[in-house]
Design a protein. Structure first.
Length: 281
């Protein structure tokens, strides 16, 4: 009978366990936890957003109150320039960054339309100037003023420009001398037009329905002679109708579309801004 061989286990083959004092073990756990901070779930370092980019404004906090933003309020922040919308009026500004922790904003030009939520617009314009501290979080940006007021924003989704044709455009303001004025209350929402794929135009001048043919050449649109109904239109509605009739008949208009907003401008600076109807409208 053959006896099985038994190999003695030598001390150096045995795993060695060191006693780690409790305070040292706790410090090790904390160090490992801190090492994991700033990393995404896949192990990569989490990146805080660059302030430069497009941001949708969510709300303002000022004077102990929170003002919720209209859906159109946004900022497009460049390295030196800012373009944005207070919710109704558009504006520009100059931005001077101090690293990624602060920015000094110098207001530029803005439109001066009378808008539904002027309280928000006025507060936004007041806060978005001077030195602002930048607080960044994943997909978020908060700008803080010296008195602790804030502008809270989230990353803006990419907005596809509405097409010039097949879109129902509702006239929101008339432009003259570089200044945009919203339509008077009696005419608001009544003037609209659509350019069909075959460039047939139909719509309403604010009182009378009209039709025409359009010619599109690059970024210019030329409306042919207008045919309209013959209702007598007085007061602000009639004035809007006369202004639009003159504009459409003035020759080539430069067309610019940004998101859901169309601007048509004549060589002499006259023009209009119109908003694309949403699916719900």
């Amino acid at each position: 009978m053959v006896e099985p061989l038994h190999h003695p286990v030598r001390p150096r083959d045995m795993p060695t366990f060191r006693h780690v004092p409790a305070p040292t073990a706790l410090a090790l756990v904390l160090a490992l936890a801190l090492a994991g901070c700033g990393r995404a779930a896949d192990g990569r370092s989490a990146q805080l957003p660059d302030p430069v980019g497009s941001w949708a404004v969510e709300s303002l906090t000022t004077g102990g109150r929170t003002l919720h933003a209209p859906e159109t309020a946004h900022l497009d922040i460049g390295r030196n320039q800012v373009k944005g919308n207070y919710g109704c009026n558009g504006f520009t500004a100059v931005a001077a960054f101090a690293g990624s922790s602060a920015v000094t904003v110098t207001p530029g030009a803005s439109t001066t339309m009378a808008c539904p939520d002027m309280e928000f617009e006025t507060a936004f314009a007041k806060l978005f100037q001077g030195k602002l501290v930048i607080d960044r979080g994943p997909d978020r940006l908060t700008l803080k003023t010296a008195d602790g007021s804030t502008i809270a924003m989230t990353s803006a989704p990419a907005i596809t420009d509405a097409p010039l044709t097949t879109t129902e455009w509702t006239v929101e303001s008339l432009v003259s001398g570089g200044t945009a004025a919203s339509l008077p209350g009696e005419a608001a929402g009544k003037a609209w037009f659509t350019i069909a794929p075959d460039l047939a135009v139909s719509g309403n001048l604010g009182c009378n329905r009209f039709s025409a043919r359009a010619t599109v050449d690059g970024s210019t649109v030329t409306f042919g002679p207008l045919t309209s109904t013959k209702m007598a239109c007085e007061g602000p509605v009639g004035e809007v109708e006369r202004t639009l009739t003159e504009l459409f008949g003035s020759g080539p208009l430069t067309a610019k579309i940004e998101g859901r907003t169309l601007t048509l401008t004549a060589p002499d600076g006259r023009g209009l801004t119109a908003k694309a109807a949403s699916a719900a409208e």
